[in-house]
Design a protein around this ligand. Structure first.
Ligand code: SAM
Length: 318
């Protein structure tokens, strides 16, 4: 059974018609509330999941399946491994997070919305035992393939499932890591956060990096400026209400802001690849990153940051 069939099976178990994930035409995937009266809805969604959730899963898995199909699987670059094994530049978002996690050897990590597995594989190469979960069957196949190429198939485990219906062992992970996934789950954020916190061990670290927009003006501008992005119809940057939900589940949540001026690095870093860039290009990226770090630490200016790292630990055992 491939990942697609296996996901269809799991969706069927929670009442979702398989056509919702197998049919690539988004319009036909959609089940509008008007089509399903209360009785039918109860039959289709015995777990209380809404038709909107099922339509969202269908479009997300199709979109990210297509992204995964375009990839040519390769082992991780030696320079990428070197960069994140000993992260020296915390003004870059991902280096900051790898520094935060510290020593990974022997630790159990859950990568939620693991996508093509780049982060999960890095962590596994640093000695962690990693579980990755994602709704896209092709992405999960890609992760498994890449794990073999990187020689970490024994320390990685990839699951194809919507996070909303995942059923993992409570209190079993040292780190819960999410990179750009929570803003795809906004309508279910409350329940998803409850689950994620329950999966962490006492004293466990939860760390998420998400696009956030706290400025109503920026939100208005965003609607009117036609910038091309690879975005699904279900996503938008998180707003204050969603930060409050995350904070409620993780008291003591800390926020670190990134991506104001450094958004411009796309103009000179090909494919966002810092490791393989020339020295002057690296220097330019460093200058933007350091300037952002200074500016976005100032309380009034934080709303200029486009990305936010949100992190916190659960209370320990004692
Ligand atoms: C923006 S991508 C990020 C992928 C990866 N974390 C990375 O940093 O490259 C968002 C990922 O979330 C996954 N996703 C979206 N909705 C999901 C859901 N309900 N349950 C599990 N995964 C989901 C998508 O398939 C996609 O791989």
């Amino acid at each position: 059974m491939n990942e697609r069939e296996s996901l269809d099976g799991r969706l069927a178990a929670v009442g979702a018609p398989a056509v919702l994930v197998t049919n690539p035409a988004p319009e036909r995937n959609r089940v509008s509330p008007r089509q399903t009266g209360p009785r039918l809805e109860e039959e289709l969604f015995p777990t209380g999941l809404s038709p909107e959730a099922l339509a969202r899963w269908a479009s997300e898995s199709d979109f990210f399946d297509q992204m995964a199909e375009k990839q040519r699987p390769q082992p991780l670059d030696a320079l990428t491994l070197e960069r994140y094994r000993a992260p020296r530049r915390p003004w870059f978002n991902k280096e900051f997070r790898f520094r935060l996690m510290g020593e990974l050897s022997g630790r159990r990590v859950l990568d939620v919305g693991c996508g093509d597995g780049s982060n999960a594989l890095l962590m596994a190469r640093f000695g962690a035992r990693v579980t990755g979960i994602d709704i896209s069957p092709r992405s999960i196949e890609l992760c498994k393939h890449r794990a073999r190429l990187d020689g970490v198939e024994d320390s990685t485990h990839f699951i194809c499932s919507p996070l909303e219906t995942a059923d993992l062992l409570e209190g079993s992970f040292d780190v819960i890591w999410g990179d750009g996934v929570l803003h795809h789950l906004i309508p279910e954020l409350e329940g998803v956060m409850r689950k994620l916190v329950s999966y962490a061990k006492p004293g466990g670290l939860l760390v998420f990096s998400e696009p956030v927009c706290l400025s109503p003006l920026m939100r208005k501008l965003r609607k009117h400026i036609p910038i091309h992005t690879d975005a699904t119809p279900n996503e938008r940057p998180l707003e204050r209400t969603e930060l409050d939900i995350i904070q409620r589940h993780l008291p003591g949540l800390e926020l670190r802001w990134f991506s104001f001026l450094s958004r411009m690095d796309r103009l000179f870093l090909r494919d966002h690849n810092f490791e393989r860039a020339s020295k002057p290009r690296k220097l330019a990226a460093d200058v933007l990153g350091c300037t952002d770090r200074a500016l976005l630490a100032l309380p009034g200016l934080q709303r200029l940051g486009g990305m936010c790292v949100m992190y916190g630990r659960l209370p320990g055992q004692d």
